[in-house]
Design a protein around this ligand. Structure first.
Ligand SMILES: NC(=O)C1=CN([C@@H]2O[C@H](COP(=O)(O)OP(=O)(O)OC[C@H]3O[C@@H](n4cnc5c(N)ncnc54)[C@H](O)[C@@H]3O)[C@@H](O)[C@H]2O)[C@@H](O)CC1
Ligand SMILES: [K+]
Length: 486
């Protein structure tokens, strides 16, 4: 089962349903216990609990209550806890009583030399940026990698919108985020701002949540299991032949990268159509490359667009491809053409995957992606009745029914020229092998991100370096699977 992320409303619905069955305060006790356990683990890892220093920043809601109860538990283990109350009159009363009773002290500002700072300003009830008093407390902290305290966010880093993942300015940047029952949308959409996300089981049931409230993330094992590999009865045709249309004789790079990626991602056969056919073959001799579409031969899916140009010939070719009943991936120049000719996909019944970056997305819709990337990608997929993969550090793949798969690349090394051409080749290969556009897009994004991280190992890379690591990235996600698993 992919990892589920939910909206704040859906979280609240599940909490209320569980809360009705439990004694008052049980959920908060479990939540704060999880926060305390996380801090204890962190303190133990760095020398032990007794005599260590933890600071809290406490807002007006239950998020502050979680922080106060967690600190009360820490204080009982000999941790010295101090709290800044941003709204002293409205701080969670029972939490504050527990905090004081176990030796916690309220202070006007956080002292230097803290080991951990708990962000209990706001959780899923937060709106907008950190207000000035909270912003000043966090601005004064030395970052953890420069010897400052580890910042542990309770539920979500304050100033990060729990539903859209919008990182307001200012917002807390957490090293660790501890959340409860189910991950919130922001934990994927704003992954880099949340640090390591730790999920605490508080006994709520989220299995009935609606798809519109949900964002899914595949596990590596799931990507590994769906990766197409040849079985005992396969030949070069039976595994799905992909056709790549990219680049030009003048600009062969996109052609070489996209067709190379298709070769690397799956077994079987890659065909290529375009004026860069000779360049493609000189780099990848296994590609069956021709100059004209009429000579292409049969394929099970097309990946079209990178560097193909936007002239009338390119438009005519794109139209021919989209008029087939084969799965088609459209990227780059193909998307620029589609933005001016949306009628080319209007009546398409066959699987269709568009892979825009933010600029191409704006061309397709006439509006910027904006701060709600999830809502935006869902809207385009629904309105155009196609699957849309919106590129970025966090890749989102929406199908027309509203199901969305997300992938956090974990690093931004893939933000380099030509990396998109590689993604096109990988996803095209998966489409030809029979994966749905959504799974092809999401699985390709995962392997692409892994390949980028493998290639980089701390230094900038080019797209050819990324391509060279795709095979090992596939091995990574398939590690541990049986030989003939398919
Ligand atoms: N409801 C439940 O059953 C559970 C709730 N839990 C905790 O409760 C949290 C939600 O609590 P609340 O609904 O009280 O909401 P929060 O504690 O997230 O914040 C709401 C309060 O903050 C104020 N506020 C909003 N934006 C602000 C900003 N930018 N700066 C300063 N103040 C701002 C609001 O006016 C309101 O008073 C969760 O995130 C979680 O930490 C957990 O204890 C688990 C169980
Ligand atoms: K918080």
């Amino acid at each position: 089962m992919p990892i589920r992320h939910l909206t704040a409303d859906a979280v609240r619905t599940a909490e209320h349903a569980a809360g009705d069955l439990l004694a008052n305060g049980t959920l908060m006790r479990r939540a704060s216990g999880g926060v305390a356990a996380t801090v204890i683990e962190e303190l133990r890892r760095t020398g032990g609990c007794y005599g260590r220093h933890v600071g809290l920043v406490v807002g007006a809601g239950d998020n502050g209550g979680d922080a106060l109860y967690a600190a009360a538990a820490l204080a009982r283990r000999g941790v010295r806890c101090v709290a800044v109350l941003l709204a002293p009159q409205r701080a969670h009363p029972a939490g504050l009583t527990a905090f004081r009773a176990s030796g916690g002290r309220v202070v006007a500002e956080l002292p230097a030399g803290l080991d951990v700072v708990l962000d209990g300003v706001v959780g899923i009830g937060g709106r907008g940026p950190l207000r000035p008093a909270a912003a000043a407390v966090f601005a004064a902290l030395v970052p953890a990698d420069q010897g400052g305290p580890i910042v542990v966010a309770v539920d979500v880093p304050s100033g990060v919108d729990a539903d859209t993942g919008q990182v307001h300015d200012p917002a807390v940047r957490a090293d660790i985020t501890v959340t409860f029952g189910v991950r919130r949308l922001a934990h994927l959409l704003a992954g880099p701002q949340c640090g390591r996300v730790r999920l605490v089981d508080i006994g709520i049931d989220t299995s009935g949540a609606d798809e519109v409230d949900t964002l899914w993330e595949l596990t590596d094992a799931e990507v590994g299991r769906m990766w197409p590999v040849p079985g005992p009865s396969d030949d070069k045709y039976s595994q799905g032949v992909v056709g790549v249309i990219a680049g030009s004789a003048r600009y062969p790079g996109a052609a070489i990268l996209a067709s190379g990626a298709a070769v690397t991602a799956t077994s079987g056969m890659t065909r290529f159509v375009g004026s860069a056919a000779a360049d493609v073959v000189s780099h990848h001799p296994e590609v069956v490359a021709v100059a004209r579409y009429a000579d292409a031969g049969r394929v099970q899916a097309w990946a079209v667009g990178p560097g193909m140009g936007t002239d009338d010939d390119a438009l005519a070719l794109l139209g021919e491809i989209l008029a087939t009943d084969l799965p088609v991936l459209v990227d780059a120049d193909g998307l620029t053409l589609l933005a001016a000719h949306p009628e080319l996909v209007a009546d398409r019944a066959a699987p269709t995957l568009l892979t825009p970056h933010a600029g191409e997305f704006a061309r397709l819709t006439g509006a910027d992606v904006g701060s709600d990337r999830l809502g935006a990608v869902r809207g385009l997929a629904r309105d155009w009745r196609v699957t849309v993969l919106l590129k970025g550090r966090i890749t989102l793949v929406a199908d027309p029914t509203g199901t969305v798969l997300g992938n956090d690349a974990g690093s931004s090394w893939a933000a380099t020229a030509g990396a998109g051409d590689v993604l096109t080749g990988i996803a095209g290969g998966l489409l030809a092998a029979g994966l749905s556009p959504q799974l092809a897009g999401a699985a390709a994004a995962r392997v692409h991100a892994r390949a980028a991280a493998r290639a980089a190992r701390g230094a900038p890379i080019g797209a050819a370096d990324l391509l060279a690591e795709v095979r090992d990235a596939v091995r990574d996600v398939r590690a541990g699977l049986g030989q003939w698993s398919r």
